[in-house]
Ligand binder design. Structure first.
Ligand SMILES: Nc1nc2c(ncn2[C@@H]2O[C@H](COP(=O)(O)OP(=O)(O)OP(=O)(O)O)[C@@H](O)[C@H]2O)c(=O)[nH]1
Ligand SMILES: [Mg+2]
Length: 211
């Protein structure tokens, strides 16, 4: 049994990644991705989402409807082995005490951590979130999300982002076991969207089977 914690700054897409994974399980698409196999959802809890007041919406282009107050949780089972796994996604707004409590709790109970970053803003800003966390394993996974929002040479920018992330964590004696380039939403008109959506499902399966 693996407990995965998705951790990262506000609005990087932790909840979206978790919801997308549930969609893959419910629609059976999970069997068709790389390393895919039949899995069943046992329990989902997205009750910790709060609707944002109009004024708090980040910007008109990316109107975020909710933010996570209490951690989201999904429990699923691999049908062939009968093993159950849990994924937790606490909120990213650590300036709120109750959200911070969720982050601390999940960072302690998770057996595997995925550090989630977003390509919609500078990576450096998103490191601050991790500076606050005291309990951290010495090797983690990393999701680089919102790949669709990179302008220009995607491969080059992704390499730059990855090297900044490696440097940040290596300086803290934390190794990145693997990187996953993801999209947590089904973005219309973005050519490679299925590949990057699939990476979400492939990431979770890889982490649960390898650990
Ligand atoms: N373009 C794009 N938007 C995304 C992607 N993933 C998530 N989003 C959007 O980003 C916004 C924030 O997503 P959430 O999943 O709520 O982010 P979060 O990290 O859970 O936020 P908190 O829990 O409040 O810290 C939403 O408007 C999503 O629709 C992506 O891959 N591409
Ligand atoms: Mg969230």
């Amino acid at each position: 049994m693996v407990n995965i914690g998705l951790l990262g700054d506000v609005s990087v897409g932790k909840t979206s990644i978790l919801r997308l994974f549930v969609k893959y399980l419910n629609k059976g698409d999970i069997e068709n991705v790389e390393g895919g196999r039949k899995c069943t959802v046992i329990k989902t809890d997205f009750s910790g989402e709060a609707t944002l007041p109009e004024g708090d919406k980040q910007n008109k282009l990316n109107e975020k409807e909710t933010k996570t107050i209490h951690p989201n949780r999904v429990v699923f089972r691999e049908d062939t082995t009968n093993k159950a796994h849990t994924i937790f996604a606490p909120g990213g707004d650590s300036s709120r005490a109750v959200v911070k409590m969720g982050i601390i709790t999940i960072s302690r109970i998770a057996t595997q951590i995925v550090a989630v970053f977003s390509c919609d803003r500078p990576i450096e800003k998103q490191f601050e979130f991790f500076n606050d966390i005291r309990f951290f394993p010495n090797s983690i996974f990393c999701a680089v999300n919102k790949i669709d929002l990179i302008d220009g040479d995607r491969e080059k920018k992704v390499e730059e982002i990855k090297s900044k992330i490696s440097k940040f964590f290596n300086e803290r004696k934390i190794e990145i076991k693997d990187y996953f380039m993801t999209c947590g939403e089904k973005i219309e008109g973005f050519g490679d969207i299925e590949t990057y959506n699939n990476h979400v499902a492939e990431m979770i399966l890889k982490i649960t089977t390898e650990n």
